[in-house]
Design a protein around this ligand. Structure first.
Ligand SMILES: Cc1cc2nc3c(=O)[nH]c(=O)nc-3n(C[C@H](O)[C@H](O)[C@H](O)COP(=O)(O)OP(=O)(O)OC[C@H]3O[C@@H](n4cnc5c(N)ncnc54)[C@H](O)[C@@H]3O)c2cc1C
Length: 404
């Protein structure tokens, strides 16, 4: 059977482009299929990229990538009824992460990939997939293509795995991400940027919100579990608007988007490889949301690079796709997902995001309230925990899991 390429990649987001760049550098004949008119046209991200993976892919990216701002200030905000607790950490000159706008960023990365010789077919929608001979045939709106190895980089919906009957739509394993880009006057120097992580603004939902500072706009959004949406004080379509209003952010809305975010957790990851097929980025469920950070982009780039490297080895070793999984195990990706699992489980408990911020707000409020009745801090904490039905042992256990 003749094939159209050594490797076909489905999806031209960060994971697909990184896989394509690396596979081309390995000397493979690669075709990438992207349904959008350009890379970035269909991508959504709240937009804070940790750049360690990107710098391995494009070592001079700090000089040429279209970043918005370096993140030099982290702010956490907890809304509890009529109280709000916030704290910030500022680190001048820090260049570990940057705000990005994906429509610009992915388009730039696609340009880099094309300059290296990657063949990208835009406006090409993969509509079906089946096994044929020793490979996979992909049906698209522009005809069929066959390859002995396919990389599914199509994001959370993992279309190739689904078309082959290997996955279902699984909203219980996804979060809903909603985001607006709001034009505002940013009063910061160009070498500064802030990320605000916010819990407790919208009643009922399990999840949190974020505000990222871009050059001259804000990315404002929320990530919440699908199962908590029926309990939300706002319907899903008004969630981000309600959130923005509660924060008092005003300005022209330049863009609104909604997208699913994988939320499997390390112990429930979906199948990542099978014969002739491997998954990268969101398609593989590589997303860390541990309460401190949302990380999908660095994992998408790193898994794409590993897929590109492994593709050559897979080709040279009789198409054994487990080579990809073995290489993943050696990388930071599965290790970081495992490290984040304790916090992932903790955040999944119904009481965590609702009760603990309120307890903390109340204990601090008691500290700053003077009357004839006054407790020690520990007695007050026990009292406030008890009000929420949480024992001190339980709280210490949860704290331990948070730190582990
Ligand atoms: C609201 C929100 C906020 C987020 N915030 C952050 C953050 O601050 N930091 C961070 O690191 N991560 C964040 N993420 C996660 C991050 O955006 C993803 O992890 C990352 O985009 C995954 O990249 P990917 O290339 O695997 O998938 P995607 O970016 O989803 O790319 C998939 C590509 O496949 C294409 N495609 C899909 N189906 C087909 C088809 N049938 N045929 C052809 N092409 C197809 C799509 O058009 C798209 O270009 C956020 C996500 C959301 C939704």
């Amino acid at each position: 059977m003749s094939f159209d390429a050594d490797v076909i990649i489905v999806g031209g987001g960060l994971s697909g482009l990184s896989a394509g760049i690396t596979a081309v550098r390995e000397g493979l004949n690669v075709i990438l299929l992207e349904r959008g008119e350009y890379s970035g046209a269909k991508n959504l991200s709240g937009g804070r990229m940790y750049v360690h993976s990107l710098l391995k892919l494009i070592p001079d990216a700090l000089d040429k990538a279209p970043f918005e701002r370096p993140i030099t200030k982290e702010t956490f905000e907890f809304f509890c009824e009529n109280k709000k607790l916030s704290f910030s950490l500022e680190e001048k000159d820090k260049k570990n992460s940057f705000s990005v706008l994906r429509s610009k960023f992915d388009r730039w990365l696609a340009g880099e990939a094309e300059n290296l010789g990657l063949l990208i077919s835009y406006s090409t929608l993969v509509t079906d997939a089946h096994r044929e001979g020793n490979g996979i045939t992909l049906e698209t709106n522009r005809g069929a293509l066959k390859a002995p190895l396919v990389i599914d980089a199509s994001g959370v919906t993992s279309v190739v795995f689904r078309y082959l009957g290997l996955r279902n739509f699984s909203p219980s394993k996804w979060m809903l991400g909603v985001k607006e880009i709001v034009k505002t006057d940013i009063k910061m120097n160009d070498n500064e940027g802030e990320v605000r992580t916010i819990v407790g603004t919208i009643k009922g939902v399990k999840g949190g919100g974020f505000v990222y500072t871009n050059k001259d706009s804000l990315s404002v959004g929320m990530a919440v579990t699908f199962d908590s949406l029926p309990k939300s004080e706002y319907p899903a379509k008004d969630l981000v608007e309600g959130f923005r209003e509660k924060l008092g952010i005003d300005g022209e809305i330049l863009e609104y988007s909604a997208h699913a975010i994988p939320y499997y957790g390390y112990k429930n990851l979906p199948s990542i490889y099978t014969d002739n097929l491997i998954a990268v980025g969101d398609s593989a469920g590589f997303l860390i949301n541990d309460g401190f950070t949302i990380r999908g982009m660095d994992l998408a780039i790193a898994s794409g690079m590993i897929a590109g490297l492994s593709a050559k080895k897979i080709k040279d070793n009789g198409y054994k796709t487990e080579i990809y999984y073995d290489m993943l195990k050696e990388s930071f990706i599965l290790k970081h997902l495992e490290l984040a699992y304790n916090r992932f489980e903790l955040m999944n408990k119904a009481y965590t995001l609702n009760s603990y911020p309120e307890i903390l707000c109340n204990v601090l409020s008691d500290m700053f309230t003077v009357s004839e009745n006054r407790n020690t801090l520990i007695d007050d904490a026990i009292l406030r925990l008890k009000e929420k039905g949480i024992s001190l042992t339980q709280a210490i256990n949860d704290m331990w899991r948070m730190l582990k």
